[in-house]
Design a protein around this ligand. Structure first.
Ligand code: ADP
Length: 313
């Protein structure tokens, strides 16, 4: 079975349980929860039994340990996570505005996950993994770009495959050097997993069908568009498949896209049919929003089967 590698941030997240107020009146706060888009994504793969690993960095503190313990328990190879004495594990505070959108305070750049660098363990993983998943959020860190592009080139040169989730907040997009790095990664991408308007990132068109054609012309094999509470669509082998949203009560949308993506990749790499991969990914995303905490909603196969049976009966 192919082994999946991702490189990027691990952090803890502290979440406000009240809506629509600033942090000063957001009570109570809950957490710390294990988090970081690449970490949630890889945790979802581990839970589904796909061999996988993450290269990252945490401080020598409780926040780092709780992440490492969770990832290890869920089946992720944690040999590429450096523990840096004297540094703090990254953190984020999130609260929800009245309209459901999220406001974050991040402590990433000056924490351990802002200092990820090559190590003997990270090089060994690059040499042994067959698929690289790139999170755009990790590419936005200038210090990580070269490392991610090198890993992609090595894995592709050995006949491996690559997936890309742009996962980019609009305010990050104009950072110097980010666009060329994204273009380089896209040129090696087999599976592209944009969310909503990210489908237009590499096209001059604002028409979705035209943007999809532009992406397919660049040689991308499969494109999955995540549509939040509207479900998802897959474009593959000249066909379009749609998944209607599953009817759930949304508790916390953070991590839905990462759970969806991890589940989709797990089935895609295993050679499942397009319909099956999309059905399980759609369920993984929907189940994720029912759980409070970004990584708390990742699912095992049994959890997804029970969830699907309960909702489809
Ligand atoms: P991202 O976090 O990357 O923006 P989305 O919010 O689009 O990702 O969520 C990923 C997937 O999770 C969606 O395509 C859908 O399958 C599922 N999903 C997300 N929110 C909901 C919801 N409220 N109800 C049902 N399914 C959802």
């Amino acid at each position: 079975m192919k082994k999946v590698l991702t490189i990027g941030e691990i952090l803890v997240e502290i979440v406000a349980t009240t809506k629509g107020h600033g942090f000063r009146s957001a009570q109570p706060l809950v957490g710390p929860f294990p988090s970081g888009a690449p970490a949630i994504f890889i945790d979802q793969l581990g839970k589904l039994g796909t061999p996988c690993a993450i290269v990252s960095r945490v401080g020598d503190d409780d926040f780092g340990q709780l992440n490492i313990e969770r990832l290890r328990a869920d089946g992720v190879d944690v040999s590429g996570i450096s523990i840096a004495p004297g540094e703090c594990t990254g953190s984020a505070f999130v609260r929800y505005r009245e309209d459901g959108s999220r406001a974050f305070i991040f402590n990433i750049q000056h924490s351990a996950c802002g200092q990820i660098s090559r190590t003997a363990a990270s090089e060994k993983l690059v040499d042994h993994c067959d698929h690289l998943h790139v999170m755009g959020s990790a590419l936005s860190a200038p210090g990580l770009r070269g490392m991610i592009i090198d890993a992609a080139e090595k894995i592709k040169a050995r006949g491996g495959s690559l997936s890309l989730d742009p996962n980019l907040r609009p305010e990050i997009l104009n950072r110097p050097g980010l666009r060329p790095a994204l273009e380089r990664i896209l040129s090696m991408t087999d599976l592209f997993m944009p969310s909503g308007d990210e489908v237009f990132l590499f096209s001059d068109s604002r028409d979705e069908a035209a943007a999809i054609q532009d992406l397919l012309r660049r040689g991308i094999r499969s494109i999955v568009v995540k549509r939040g509470s509207e479900g998802a669509s897959l474009f593959e082998n000249g066909e379009r498949y749609d998944a209607s949203p599953m009817q759930v009560t949304e508790t916390d949308p953070t991590g839905a896209g990462d759970s969806f993506g991890g589940a989709f990749l797990s089935f895609w790499l295993a050679g499942a049919s397009a319909q099956m991969a999309l059905r399980y990914a759609n369920a993984a995303g929907a189940r994720a929003v029912t759980q409070l905490g970004p990584m708390e909603g990742t699912s095992s196969r049994a959890e997804l089967d029970n969830f699907l049976h309960a909702l489809e009966d």
